[in-house]
Design a binder for this molecule. Structure first.
Ligand SMILES: *[C@@H]1O[C@H](CO)[C@@H](O)[C@H](O)[C@H]1NC(C)=O
Ligand SMILES: *[C@@H]1O[C@H](CO)[C@@H](O)[C@H](O)[C@H]1NC(C)=O
Ligand SMILES: *[C@@H]1O[C@H](CO)[C@@H](O)[C@H](O)[C@H]1NC(C)=O
Length: 730
């Protein structure tokens, strides 16, 4: 039971210091002790089979009768550990002999004889213990009693009676063992019943050996954002060697700064290389740096560790003297490098320093886009990480471009400023002059805007269009001559003239649009039926039939005026037809359209018009079909005059067609100049304001160039509605 109590005391002492060792690596040991405590208190301590007695009585045999002879008796007394035995004789009467040779009581501790007794207290020559008790050095004691065989009747000695008692041993006052193992307790020793306890002075703590004391280092983990640390006993030097560890550990993303006070002293050895922290040192260890050993008499001052975990190991040995150190530590958010600038962009917010968890954003200037790793990104932000690095590198701002502007048919564009269709580039559309001009005639400038679209300078022109220039050949005929009595047309002077080959028959026509040819209805009618468009071949751009025949243009559809009805060639009213081409024509100096009549265009008698064709010409009095384009200038004839000439013709001939208001005449009364067969469908062009317009279509006549007759032409101005409608609907 005493053992148990003692242990219990020990445990309480350990437990009371548990809070101090909360972060102690001996944690496991501590919990083991707690478990042990539980076992020892909650369950009954298993008692040994023979519980050591705490006291007792030893008597010689037959006491208080005289002891018999020839005895050899032994008593092994024992008491619990940590106790001594005190033996006190109440009576001793043993036959006396020199040196207690015959009868004797011997008291032994192991093999050490503590006393050999005989005689009785009144006998001078005996060895009587008297009243003095005998103390055993340990918890055992052996008593041996012997008697010999002579004269038992004469000697009536009663033997002995002794009491023994367990006496608590004062381990603390025991002398220091001579084996050099040091004192029982290095600092304070408490004697307890059957045992002892070591304890330490303030500022020290008991080591695991339960004997020695070490300076309490106040170690453990410091996880507050700031704190104060100092060496044991600071500012006084400790009496003993110390080996202390302090760990400062804060959240990642924070960095610890140590601020040592001026009063700093750690013994250093002077070597040739300067002070050396050989025996005493304070080592500062961070995760990513070489450990740093500090010593000497000068305070290191401020140490920026750039780490969120710092370990301090303070080491001194028993020699030398270090007064120690003290420091305040504080923590800062990890700093990221300044992000720098982005060309053509803006980094926000602008701060003098950026710390862990700070965000920055990048926006590009107007007209620039965010690029990361070659990819365009919608937006950009990056955070300062706990590592002190931005989690993304800065993006770049690249100028936007609007892509290639819409191409312009029969036109193009030029850069007025900028290049590669980039932001703020300005392009101007133009048409291929002089064959095309911009619809509306205004200059169209497009700018690449920040929304990556090309924007027009004009609200009206959303997309430019090139329209063909009509009626303005690049070359003009200087002197007009005649077809019958006309002349070969120089190249490019009548670029709207086309040659039709329909079922082998030859006719004329004129270009009025990039897909349209206008001709006479009778060219595309055969015995009252419209010819199939497959039989139509159109030649244009050259003045010589021979060269033209290589490259015909094909018709997509043929449109005869619906009222044209001339099965037997006596009624040329509405002699007008349109041919739609399969492919649009690109105009150039050889092929250009003639203008259609403007609203209100008039035929003024006597005004010269230009007739052209590949028809019959007169050469040296013979009429032959020409292979060259010919032209003649003929005046508009008054309708009345023409009508009279036809009326008079009708008198002499049969089947002379009638003149209608959809026709007009051109020619000279004396004859000699006219259009003729093969010229049918060709143009009669009047010129207004420098532009030729299609006033008439070569339709019919009686003979060619005969005196008193005129050529009759379809009056195109009467058909504008039909022309517009047909061209729109097809
Ligand atoms: C370091 O501590 C001293 C006082 O010991 C104080 O005056 C000083 O401002 C501290 N330095 C920093 C950076 O905290
Ligand atoms: C005009 O265009 C036609 C057809 O595309 C072509 O054959 C001719 O060579 C061109 N003429 C000129 C002068 O470019
Ligand atoms: C026919 O179209 C032209 C050009 O598109 C226009 O100038 C003219 O007024 C139109 N004529 C009629 C009668 O609709």
């Amino acid at each position: 039971m005493f053992h148990l109590n003692v242990r219990h005391l020990l445990l309480q002492q350990r437990i009371s210091s548990l809070t101090d060792i909360a972060f102690n690596p001996e944690m496991g040991w501590t919990s083991c002790i707690i478990l042990f405590l539980c076992v020892s208190v909650c369950e009954s301590w298993p008692l040994p089979d023979t519980e050591p007695l705490m006291h007792g009585v030893v008597q010689s045999p037959q006491y208080p009768q005289p002891y018999p002879p020839n005895l050899q008796e032994q008593w092994d007394l024992s008491v619990p550990e940590g106790y001594q035995i005190r033996l006190t004789f109440t009576h001793l009467d043993i036959e006396a002999s020199a040196g207690c040779y015959y009868d004797a009581l011997t008291v032994l501790y192991d093999t050490n004889i503590l006393g050999k007794f005989c005689g009785h207290e009144n006998l001078a020559d005996g060895h009587h213990p008297g009243n003095q008790p005998i103390l055993s050095p340990g918890n055992r004691l052996t008593l041996m009693f012997q008697s010999d065989d002579n004269n038992p009747e004469r000697h009536q000695n009663v033997g002995f009676s002794a009491q023994y008692q367990a006496i608590d041993m004062d381990e603390c006052s025991a002398p220091e063992p001579e084996d050099g193992s040091g004192p029982l307790c290095s600092q304070i020793c408490f004697n307890t019943l059957g045992s002892y306890l070591c304890s330490c002075h303030h500022g020290y703590e008991l080591r695991a050996d339960q004997r020695s004391c070490v300076l309490s280092c106040g170690g453990g983990i410091f996880d507050e954002t700031e704190g104060h640390l100092f060496s044991p006993g600071y500012p006084n030097p400790p009496h003993h060697a110390v080996s202390c560890q302090y760990i400062i550990s804060v959240e990642s993303g924070f960095t610890v700064v140590l601020n040592f006070t001026d009063n700093f002293h750690i013994e250093s050895m002077d070597t040739e290389q300067g002070p050396n922290c050989l025996h005493h040192w304070l080592q500062v260890t961070t995760s990513d740096r070489e450990p740093m050993k500090l010593c000497g008499g000068k305070s290191p001052g401020l140490i920026v560790t750039n780490s969120n975990t710092v370990r301090l190991d303070y080491h001194t040995d028993n020699e030398g003297l270090s007064k120690g150190w003290s420091l305040d530590y504080s923590t800062y958010r990890v700093k990221c490098p300044l992000p720098g600038n982005v060309a053509k962009g803006r980094v926000t917010p602008i701060l003098t320093e950026y710390f862990y968890r700070d965000y920055i954003y990048v926006r590009c200037d107007q007209g620039y886009k965010l690029m990361m790793g070659g990819q365009e990104v919608e937006g950009f932000s990056t955070m300062c990480q706990s590592s002190g690095q931005w989690h993304l590198p800065l993006p770049e701002c690249h100028i936007i471009d609007c892509g290639e502007p819409e191409p312009l048919l029969n036109g193009g564009l030029t850069f007025l400023s900028g290049f590669q269709y980039q932001y703020r580039s300005v392009v101007q559309y133009h048409c291929n002059e002089p064959f095309y001009s911009l619809l509306g005639g205004i200059t169209v400038v497009f700018t690449c805007e920040a929304d990556r679209k090309w924007r027009s300078n004009s609200d009206i022109v959303v997309s430019p269009t090139c329209i063909p220039v009509c009626g303005q050949p690049t070359k003009l005929i200087s002197a007009y001559q005649r077809i019958i009595g006309g002349s070969h047309a120089p190249e490019d002077t009548i670029p709207w003239q086309v040659l039709l080959n329909i079922d082998g028959g030859r006719g004329g026509g004129m270009v009025i649009g990039d897909r349209w040819i206008m001709t006479a209805a009778h060219n595309v009618m055969n015995k009252g039926n419209q010819v199939s468009e497959e039989t139509v071949r159109i030649y244009m751009g050259l003045t010589d039939v021979k060269t033209q025949l290589d490259s015909p243009v094909y018709a997509a559809s043929v449109h005869v005026h619906p009222e044209y009805n001339n099965p037997i060639n006596v009624d040329y009213n509405h002699d007008i037809a349109l041919i739609k081409l399969q492919d649009p024509i690109t105009f150039n100096s050889s092929i250009m359209p003639i203008c259609l009549p403007a609203e209100g265009a008039t035929y003024i008698t006597g005004v010269m018009g230009l007739v052209s064709g590949f028809g019959v010409t007169e050469t040296g009095g013979r009429r032959i079909l020409t292979n060259k384009m010919n032209y003649v200038q003929l005046p508009v004839v008054e309708q009345e005059t023409c009508s009279k000439s036809i009326t008079s013709l009708k008198k002499t001939r049969d089947n002379v067609p009638s003149l209608s208001n959809n026709m007009f005449c051109a020619g000279v009364p004396e004859g000699g100049q006219d259009s003729c067969q093969g010229d049918s469908g060709g143009p009669y062009a009047l010129r207004d304001n420098g532009r030729f317009w299609a006033a008439g279509i070569v339709s019919w006549g009686v003979d060619c160039g005969k005196q008193g007759t005129y050529g009759v032409y379809t009056r195109v101005t009467n058909y504008m509605d039909w022309i517009n409608k047909t061209m729109q609907e097809n």
